[in-house]
Ligand binder design. Structure first.
Ligand SMILES: [Zn+2]
Length: 282
C-alpha cells in the first residue's frame, strides 16, 4: 500500500518460456533487467526503468517484497542484488553444518557470503582477498580466518588449510572475486568430493587454468550461477531481518547522497573509500 518500502527483483520474467519453466526466471527468454536497458527501449514502454529517479516503472513479471520496519534503507538496499546473488550461490552449492568453507574475494558479495556460510552452520569460514581492510571487515562478518593472497604464499596457505582439516582440504569454495586465476587454487584446496561455486567471472574470455586431473580424481563438483530467482531476494530480506544487528550491515553503505548530488555520489564511489555509496531520491 501507499507508504510501504519495497525491494523488487533485478529482472522481469514472462513466467511461461523454456527457462522460466526450468526454474531459471533470471534467464527468461524475454528477460528485462532494471538499469540494463536504454531509456528509449520501445519494448519497455517507459523510460523509468533505472535506479536514479524519484519514480520507477515496475514491469509486469517483477516480484516485489515489503521491507520490514527494522531495516533502514541503507541496510535494505544492498540486498538487491549483492546479498540475493550470494543467497543463490550458497543455495546452489549447498553449505552443510560443520563444513569448512573458503570464500574467494571480500568485496560486498564476499562479506555477505561469509555471513551466510556462517549462519548455514559452517565450522570454519576462510576469507581471501588482496586488501587488508576488506579482510578486517570479513572478520567482522564472521570469517574465522583471513588470508591476504598478496603477502601469504599459496603453498603456506595450503599447508595451513590441510593442517586445519585433518589433511583433507576444503569442503566448499565460493568464488566472488571476479579473478579467474583463483579457480586453480580452489581446485587444489578442495577435498575429495568437494564443491566449487563460481559466480564472479562475468567477463567473456575468462579461460580457466585448472588441472582436470584433480577434478576427475577428486570427484569435484563445479557449478556457476548468475543473478538470482525472486525467492532468493525474499530469503535475503529475511536474512537481514534476522541478522542485521549481529553483523555490521549498516556499514556497507558508507555514505548517502540526495539524487540532486548524483555526480558527487559517482565521484565518491570511484574513490573506493566506501564499500557502497547510497543515492536517496527525495
Ligand atoms: Zn520466461
Amino acid at each position: 500500500q501507499v507508504g510501504d518500502r519495497v525491494s523488487w527483483t533485478i529482472m522481469a520474467s514472462c513466467g511461461h518460456c523454456y527457462y522460466c519453466n526450468k526454474n531459471l526466471p533470471q534467464k527468461c527468454e524475454s528477460l528485462k533487467k532494471y538499469g540494463h536497458a536504454a531509456h528509449n527501449d520501445p519494448e519497455l514502454k517507459s523510460g523509468l526503468v533505472g535506479g536514479y529517479g524519484e519514480y520507477v516503472y515496475i514491469l509486469p513479471g517483477t516480484t516485489l517484497f515489503k521491507i520490514p520496519d527494522v531495516l533502514s534503507d541503507e541496510v535494505a538496499a544492498p540486498a538487491n542484488c549483492a546479498l540475493s546473488t550470494v543467497v543463490n550461490a550458497v543455495d546452489t552449492i549447498g553449505v552443510e553444518r560443520g563444513d569448512n568453507v573458503l570464500i574467494q574475494g571480500a568485496g560486498l558479495l564476499g562479506l555477505n557470503a561469509v555471513a551466510l556460510a556462517r549462519e548455514a552452520g559452517a565450522k570454519q569460514v576462510i576469507s581471501t582477498d588482496v586488501v587488508d581492510s576488506r579482510l578486517q571487515m570479513a572478520k567482522r562478518f564472521g570469517a574465522t580466518e583471513t588470508v591476504n593472497m598478496k603477502t601469504v604464499p599459496f603453498e603456506q596457505m595450503k599447508e595451513e588449510i590441510l593442517e586445519a582439516t585433518e589433511r583433507r582440504g576444503i569442503d566448499v569454495v565460493i568464488e566472488v572475486s571476479g579473478v579467474k586465476d583463483v579457480t586453480r587454487q580452489a581446485v587444489e584446496l578442495l577435498r575429495i568430493g568437494g564443491r566449487y561455486l563460481i559466480s564472479g567471472l562475468v567477463t567473456p574470455g575468462s579461460m580457466l587454468d585448472i588441472d582436470g586431473h584433480q577434478v576427475t580424481r577428486k570427484y569435484l563438483t563445479i557449478k556457476g550461477i548468475h543473478n538470482y530467482r525472486p525467492d532468493h531476494l525474499g530469503q535475503a530480506i529475511k536474512f537481514l531481518e534476522k541478522y542485521h544487528s549481529k553483523y555490521p550491515f549498516d556499514e556497507l553503505v558508507g555514505i548517502t547522497f540526495p539524487l540532486t548530488e548524483i555526480n558527487e555520489a559517482m565521484q565518491e564511489s570511484a574513490t573506493g573509500r566506501f564499500i557502497r555509496v547510497g543515492v536517496k531520491p527525495n
